[in-house]
Ligand binder design. Structure first.
Ligand SMILES: *Cc1c(COP(=O)(O)O)cnc(C)c1O
Length: 356
């Protein structure tokens, strides 16, 4: 029996999707490949409510984060940091020699639109990075409201890491004015790791032409040339693409996008209510994530013991707190293709282990 994953990525993958990985390989310069590519495009645009092209990166999400800042910044980037992944984006920006500053916000608090407005009014920046769903803290930033602010500043690009949110919570790329919205498929898409999708706006492509990114692999204008032929520029992760095609078809045509979001909402509320009954929730109220809950260990339980018991006795895995939050919190992923029944079963098991 395999270990069932309730971790906030990678997530549990259905066996039907795993089977797709063993589809006989096709060549990526064929019509057959382009048909699959177009089918995926159509469904990704529906999922993200966008007319923008959605690129496929055969890399983990971190690669696409790097593409965003190396292509999208001409003047100076402002990285909003309120968790481990937003901090990583700042590190990526710096490491690539892109001019940037960071705004540090306590990890249990959201990036507020007023703060974004205040910073952008300085006129120093032409791009900002925000993480939609901080997987390290279970906090969802108000990306829609931040987008309203960014729209007031014509030359500012809005770069969003939506890794653990996309396909689990509503993201309206065009309405919210997101120039790049990226996500690896091993989180709420519930697919095997190895592929990242990212919508790319005209403004970002225009900026990328001006910036002339030195990156060969993550060069957006070059990737766009192949996108226009319904191909990827280099050999893509073809097995993952088969699985993505099936999963998107299931999301759009079988479950339905709205139903998928509603199921996530339902699972999230169940976990949140449970967490409030027995523990506490780390993130400030009003910004709790629809896909992962970071539960504050205010009872002083031994988190490692809990994780080990779940693995050894029940073949279930949850996650410890991230970084400094290790043992001070634990995280439950309620995303992907898990059901409310799965969540209820998990929480009942935790109750029995902890004798709550
Ligand atoms: C998992 C995650 C990442 C990093 O993803 P990789 O696919 O491991 O590169 C980045 N941002 C967020 C919000 C994540 O949850």
């Amino acid at each position: 029996m395999h270990e069932k994953l309730f971790t906030p990525g990678p997530t549990e993958v259905r066996s039907e999707l795993l089977k797709e990985l063993s589809t006989a390989q096709i060549h990526h310069r064929t019509e057959k490949f382009s048909e699959i590519y177009d089918d995926i495009q159509g469904n990704l645009k529906k999922l993200l409510f966008t007319e923008n092209p959605v690129f496929l990166f055969s890399s983990s999400s971190t690669g696409a984060m790097e593409a965003a800042v190396t292509n999208g910044v001409k003047k100076r980037c402002l990285n909003f940091v309120n968790g481990a992944f937003s901090d990583r984006w700042h590190q990526i920006t710096k490491k690539n020699g892109v001019a940037c500053d960071k705004v540090e916000i306590p990890w249990d608090q959201a990036v507020k639109p007023e703060l974004v407005e205040e910073k952008l009014k300085t006129g120093r920046y032409d791009a900002i990075t925000v993480v939609l769903n901080e997987t390290s803290t279970g906090l969802m930033n108000p990306v829609k409201e931040i987008g309203e602010v960014v729209k007031k500043f014509d030359d500012v690009l809005f770069l969003v890491d939506a890794v653990s949110g996309m396909a689990g919570t509503e993201i309206r790329v065009d309405d919210w004015g997101i120039d790049m919205c990226l996500a690896g498929v091993q989180k709420a898409f519930a697919l095997p790791a190895g592929l990242t999708v990212a919508s790319v706006s005209d403004d970002l492509l225009k900026r990328a032409e001006e910036v002339e990114s030195k990156s060969y692999y993550f060069n957006l204008p070059l990737l766009y040339k192949y996108h226009q032929r319904s191909q990827t520029r280099t050999t893509p992760a073809i097995p993952q693409i088969f699985a993505l095609q099936k999963q998107l078809d299931d999301i759009v045509n079988l479950e339905g996008i709205e139903n998928r979001f509603a199921r996530h909402q339902e699972m999230a509320e169940y976990v949140q209510n449970w967490a409030l009954e027995y523990f506490d929730i780390y993130a400030e109220e009003g910004y709790w994530s629809n896909t992962v809950t970071c539960i504050e260990n205010n009872r002083g339980i031994d988190v490692n013991n809990l994780i080990n018991s779940l693995v050894e006795k029940y073949n279930i895995r949850i996650a410890n707190g991230y970084g400094d939050l290790k043992n001070k919190a634990f995280r439950i992923g309620h995303m992907g293709d898990l059901s409310l029944a799965d969540i209820k079963g998990l929480l009942a098991t935790i109750e029995s282990i902890l004798e709550l």
